[in-house]
Design a protein around this ligand. Sequence first.
Ligand code: CP3
Length: 347
Amino acid sequence: MSYNDTFIRACRKQSVETLPVWYMRQAGRYDPEYRKIKEKYSLLEICKQPELAAEVTLMPVKKLGVDAAILYSDIMNPVASIGIDFDIVKNVGPVIDNPIRSAADVNKLKPIQVEQDLPHILRTIEILAAELKVPLITFAGAPFTIASYLIEGRPSKSYIRTKGLMYGEPEVWFKLMDKLGDMVIAYLKAQIAAGAKAVQLFDSWVGALSPVDFKTYVLPTIRRIFAELKHLEQPKIYFPGVSSGELLPYLQGIDADVIGLDWRVSISEGRRRVGSFYAVQGNLDPYVLTAPMSVIQAQAKAIIDEGIQEPGYIFNLGHGLFPEASLEKLKELTDFIHDYSRQALKA
Ligand code: CP3
């Protein structure tokens, strides 16, 4: 099998014969084989075994026929290196024993040392880069999203303490954004040096902010991250997460190549808001996957019809896959996206 680079071509807004597709959280609990592995090992234990982490990364690529792999890891992994103890608790998410609440807590954070503290992640990337016939996407959590876990200590719906620190102690907030920005830059550079073919910055929860607060408290760090990576040829994706439609116009000018959209904004409207410079990625509502196949296909078709209006479109979900999703339906959807887009792009 020859190397399939349609994903990279689409990131660069080059023409493709078939649309590329991958799914956020494509390695996961919807797959019985993955659940079996999880009976023996936790997420963090899998990440510490490069051969196993590589195998888990490859599972959806083989089973679904997607056009990109995403490294099996978690956005929390790098914070171990800056001095944060965390755990990923089943059905809860990241939990931290010593949350960050003060200037002293922020001052204590150390610079990341990727080679020293996260060699297993770099080794997994090396294994995958040598084995894969599709591009490997690696990723980092964006500063706001990581900060929300570090400050709240666990997943939150309101972000009450995060916003409290942001508004109440802006100097401490900006220091934290700077430190997390440095962490993300060093981590993504090391991933690319190890063989990643594209990187995605996950800002899953930043849609909790008003556009003005996003622009004031978060965007400067996002700009700096992408500016620092600009000279690297590997495509960069910014995913501003759920409910981020109103933030999209403010992204114009960041040195990313692709913007991820959630399902609350159509592909055409998303393109209008971010401008014609960027490729776009998304945005099927993951919970549509609970519908009958005819409904899933009709919604995918409507998205593809908009996506192919211009070069630079990558099919994905608007957020991550959930444990109850069906492997069979996902396979059928992937085949449908490939077959239908091949026909539609020819016409
Ligand atoms: O996409 C992939 O297949 C690659 C693996 C991946 C994981 N986490 C593995 C994981 C990726 C890209 C992530 C990113 C991540 N982690 C994000 C950003 C993406 C998003 O969904 O918005 C966030 C916010 C996290 C933090 C996190 N980790 C949450 C909220 C949870 C869910 C808790 C739960 O149990 O439902 C996790 C745990 C986690 N990370 C799982 C996986 C496969 C599920 C639990 C497990 O299988 O051990």
